[in-house]
Ligand binder design. Structure first.
Ligand SMILES: [Zn+2]
Length: 80
């Protein structure tokens, strides 16, 4: 097994690294980037008012949550 894995920063599950999705959002003045799994990305996009597709730093798939990141902060805030 040489396949790289990642741990979703939202639900804590791990999965193959090629499935990692990058989510960016603003928290105050900072831009926060999280690596999440495809399931969490779907949920995040459903909960967000506006989502922009952007070029990820490492991977092709990335989204930028436009506007309030409140819902995100809650869902990420339950884990450390
Ligand atoms: Zn997840």
């Amino acid at each position: 097994m040489t396949e790289e894995t990642f741990v979703c920063e939202r639900c804590g599950r791990d999965g193959p690294r090629r499935q990692v999705k990058e989510v960016m959002y603003e928290e105050g003045k900072d831009r926060v980037k999280k690596n999440v799994c495809p399931e969490c990305l779907d949920e995040i996009m459903n909960r967000s008012e506006r989502v922009k597709g952007i070029a990820g730093q490492e991977k092709r798939a990335a989204v930028h949550i436009v506007g309030s990141g409140d819902g995100l902060r809650e869902s990420f805030g339950t884990r450390d």
